[in-house]
Design a protein around this ligand. Structure first.
Ligand code: SAH
Length: 493
């Protein structure tokens, strides 16, 4: 047996990429190969930057790769080149109509070790995002998950008579027949029913009716797979508990401009509001133009009183260069280390450095005004040449000067044709820095509603010609999301 061969059967969750588990994320991070099906959110592949990605999607009823072939591929990849870590990323939960059991059996038969990382199943999550709890005190105390696919054998609908709530998967095509059989088995035709397509995503669509009408309602709404149909009194609760598809951002195209890393947290928050997030990288990182100067500075890190880091990208570049120089975290000597905020601090901690100072409000200006440094201290800011002047200004106001070393450079990134097309459909653009405002205006113009974070960004946005500007009430991602919501008009709920 090849030493590294290992298979993780990972539940990708129902669609919203925020619903992946932490265990699933770390399996992806260490994957050599990912076998992914079409129900898994494509955004999740960003967690597997090193992996070879193979699509083994099965769509609707016509699998274009057979289950046997998937099993064989899984084993083949696990045994390749002395053993690989393979993640089998499956929509929803691995063992809920996911044929994960068969994949585990294939691993067992080939003596390939495996693990199972359960996922959030669409059977519960799609109703949840439609505002339908599958149990509710006094209303429903049991549920069953059933399939509408004939080849999986008809459920014995008579046997389900004691079950309060039913969730029907893979059932759009046969919905009329299944509804009829449920009525024949004794369920009242007036039983409430709802069908949720692409639940938990910006494309979520819901049709509601009763067992007697749901098939017609679904046809009228043009709903197709993938969809979950919920049958039972709990469906009535949607009227009161609807929450996801009521946000002003639901189904809207929201652009997240990336000038630095760390914006995926914003994308996650927007997706949680049902937004269709378009991520637009505006700059790309390039190696520093003066490596010799950088190495000179890095070899003297220990002579500084404070070394200041203001981005995760900076932290990873720093350690990449130290490694190239044959050094590690000890290069800091007794120098103290400051981070601009929690994300940069965490990046440092991953390299064995616990920062001595992180401002209680993240941001370069706050860091500059609160850094516990005395007059005469030697300060070094490790940044890109794009670093905004806020830090220098705040330190200067206190009579402190800071040296800067360029860890990496940046260049404007021309959007692809697909990205430009997506921009045409944008409803609102989020801007978190002045440089983002300038770079966005440069590539896409200013005829957009923008939600901006920070008065500096607002000022920069106005200067380059944006007119429909909503300023976030404070410098936080949550406030930026709220600003995007109010830019969209009526804030509901
Ligand atoms: N293992 C998956 C189910 C796989 S079977 C899980 O636990 O969710 C595929 C069926 O799942 C689809 O036909 C549909 O009924 C359901 N499904 C998957 N994702 C869905 C989504 N986002 N919204 C609604 N139904 C979904």
């Amino acid at each position: 047996m090849t030493a590294r061969a290992f298979v993780s059967l990972v539940g990708a969750g129902p669609g919203d990429p925020g619903l992946l588990t932490l265990r699933g994320r770390s399996a992806l991070a260490s994957a050599d190969v990912v076998l992914v099906d079409y129900l898994a959110a494509p955004e999740l592949l960003a967690h597997a930057p090193r992996a070879e990605v193979i699509y083994v999607g099965k769509k609707g009823y016509s699998p274009y790769i057979s289950q046997q072939d998937i099993n064989a591929l899984l084993i083949e990849k696990a045994l390749e080149d002395g053993g690989k870590r393979v993640v089998r990323l499956k929509g929803g939960d691995v063992f809920v109509f996911g044929r994960g059991g068969e994949e585990a059996q294939a691993c067992r038969a080939a003596s390939v070790p495996f693990e199972v990382v359960p996922g959030v199943t669409s059977a519960i999550a799609a109703p949840a995002y439609a505002g339908i709890p599958v149990t509710q005190r006094g209303m429903a105390s049991s549920f069953a998950v059933i399939t509408g696919r004939e080849q999986d054998g008809d459920a014995d609908y008579g046997n389900l008579s004691g079950v309060d709530t039913l969730m029907l998967l893979m059932g759009v095509r046969n919905l009329a027949a299944v509804a009829r059989k449920l009525v024949e088995a004794g369920r009242a035709p007036s039983t409430p029913a709802a069908t949720v397509q692409w639940g938990t995503t910006a494309r979520q669509k819901v049709a509601a009716g009763t067992l007697a009408t749901i098939a017609d309602e679904v046809a009228r709404a043009g709903i197709e797979a993938p969809a979950v149909t919920i049958v039972g009194d709990v469906v009535r609760l949607r009227e009161e508990l609807r929450w996801f598809d009521t946000s002003a951002l639901f189904g809207r195209n929201v652009v997240v401009t990336r000038t630095r890393d760390g914006n995926s947290a914003l994308a996650d928050l927007l997706r949680a509001k049902g937004a269709n997030v378009v991520e637009l990288p505006l700059i790309k990182f390039v190696p520093t133009s003066d490596t010799m100067a950088l190495y000179r500075t890095l070899s003297q890190l220990r002579s500084y009183t404070w070394v200041i880091l203001t981005s995760q990208q900076g932290v990873s570049e720093l350690f990449r260069h130290l490694e190239e120089m044959g050094q590690d975290a000890r290069a800091f000597g007794d120098a103290r280390v400051a981070a601009v905020g929690p994300a940069t601090a965490r990046a440092l901690e991953r390299h064995g450095i616990r920062p001595d100072f992180v401002p209680s409000t993240p941001g370069a200006a706050h860091l500059g005004s609160a850094l516990p440094a005395r007059a005469g201290a030697r300060l070094l800011h490790l940044a890109s040449h794009l670093a905004e002047p806020d830090l220098d200004e705040a330190l200067f106001a206190r009579g402190l000067t800071v040296e800067r070393a360029e860890l990496y450079g940046t260049e404007p990134n021309e959007p692809s044709d697909d990205e430009l097309a997506a921009l045409q459909a944008a409803d609102v653009v989020t801007l978190a820095s002045g440089s983002a405002a300038r770079a966005f205006a440069e590539v896409a113009g200013t005829n957009f509603k923008v939600a901006v974070m920070g008065p500096q960004t607002e000022k920069a946005a106005r200067e380059v010609g944006f007119t429909k500007i909503t300023l976030a009430r404070e410098a936080s991602l949550e406030a930026l999301v709220e600003a995007a919501e109010s830019a969209m008009g009526t804030m509901k709920g």
